[in-house]
Design a binder for this molecule. Structure first.
Ligand code: NDP
Length: 339
């Protein structure tokens, strides 16, 4: 335990949410502040934050109450992050420990450590990977595909947002389970990357007729549709599902910045004739299995069976604009801020 509980030289830099966003995030939705850090009380740790995870759900958190209450106006923008303990008055943490948890968009955090987990150092694995492919996003893919999708060898799995952080993990885990995998993504470059990961088909939904391309790539119909996007894409896929199909409903990113998300799904009644099921889930409900799942993901990654891209943007100041890459489709893999 460190006795250095005074950090007079540290200024905490923060982004606070001051306005509910309309459409994409604007810089004016946030305020940048610098504040001196308080002294550590008994039981507290001081974390110097190194990485912040940028996630589509932050747009939901900034807007309104959902599975978590909306971020209060005037408070630090909510975010998963990772950093190094630089002072500790808590016997469970030592200076030098790398920890992960809800840090918010800021450079430093004083916390009692509840809800924070230590991050292992593995040879050849960048620490930032534990914020994405070997962390929350990898777990999301694992739980949604394996627990809800329940893939069987030879089945056809279609994945939307397939070249993204979650989607690219889903595609590869489905291949490891012996499935015929078709990814849907927004550019030829993303489709080429998906092919390099071993998917059987990749569809550029911006330049191809989605319905026809699905027909061509899924000659035996669709058994599992891992949904990251929603809206029209869900309708196109529903028209081609098989009897007994499973649809893990992971995300609905096409509607997060839509001011009028009123368009309904036309093909929902197909679920009746196909005796199919659609099921939403939250990775947060599965954190008690984190060690088991992350160990499995890391084992696959270290043996080269699971590949990932980290899209690291440098500088805390970039966070409010960089987060929009998720909604514009310009992120290449897991989007992270290096503080
Ligand atoms: P990604 O890395 O997949 O980035 C988002 C991608 O979504 C973009 O690159 C873009 O790819 C695609 N996209 C954005 N807008 C649209 C649109 N209007 N239509 C079609 N595609 C679009 O992000 P994540 O992997 O972090 O998240 C993927 C999904 O998973 C999100 O919906 C997110 O909310 C959800 N999620 C759910 C969790 C849960 O517990 N249920 C946990 C974590 C994430 P492209 O270029 O292909 O269009």
């Amino acid at each position: 335990m460190s006795d250095n509980n005074n950090q007079p030289n540290h200024l905490n830099q923060q982004w606070r949410l001051v306005k509910r966003p309309q459409g994409l995030f604007q810089l004016s939705d946030f305020e940048f502040r610098e504040e001196p850090l308080a002294d550590l009380a008994d039981g507290q740790i001081l974390v110097k934050i190194n990485y912040l995870s940028l996630d589509p759900t932050q747009r939901v958190w900034a807007q309104s109450d959902s599975y978590l209450p909306a971020v209060e106006l005037g408070s630090v923008m909510r975010s998963l992050g990772m950093g190094e303990v630089i002072a500790s008055q808590n016997p469970k943490f030592n200076p030098g420990d790398i920890v992960q948890g809800m840090t918010g968009w800021q450079s430093h955090l004083i916390t009692d450590g509840k809800g924070f987990a230590k991050v292992p150092r593995l040879p050849g694995v960048p620490l930032a990977a534990f914020l994405g492919p070997l962390g929350m996003t990898g777990m999301t893919a694992y739980v949604g595909l394996l627990d809800i999708g329940k893939p069987k060898e030879g089945e056809t799995v279609v994945v939307s947002g397939a070249a993204g952080a979650v989607g690219s993990m889903v595609c590869q885990i489905a291949k490891l389970k012996g499935c015929h995998v078709v990814g849907i993504a927004g550019s030829d470059e993303k489709c080429a990357w998906l092919k390099s990961l071993g998917v059987d088909g990749a569809i550029n939904y911006k330049s191809e007729n989605l319905y026809k391309s699905l027909k061509r790539n899924c000659p035996k119909g669709i058994d599992i549709y891992f949904e990251n996007v929603g809206g029209k894409m869900l309708d196109a896929v529903l028209g081609q599902i098989n009897v007994g199909a499973r649809i893990p409903l992971c995300g609905y990113i096409s509607q997060y910045t839509n001011p009028d998300p009123s368009q309904g799904i036309q093909n929902l009644s197909v679920l009746i004739s196909k005796r199919a099921k659609i099921e939403g889930f939250l990775v947060l409900d599965h954190m008690q299995r984190a060690t088991q799942i992350v160990t499995e993901l890391a084992t696959w990654a270290m043996s080269g069976k699971l590949k990932y891209q980290l899209d690291i943007v440098k500088g805390l100041k970039e966070a409010p604009i960089a987060v929009n890459k998720l909604f514009e489709g310009s992120n290449e893999g897991k989007l992270i801020i290096e503080v």
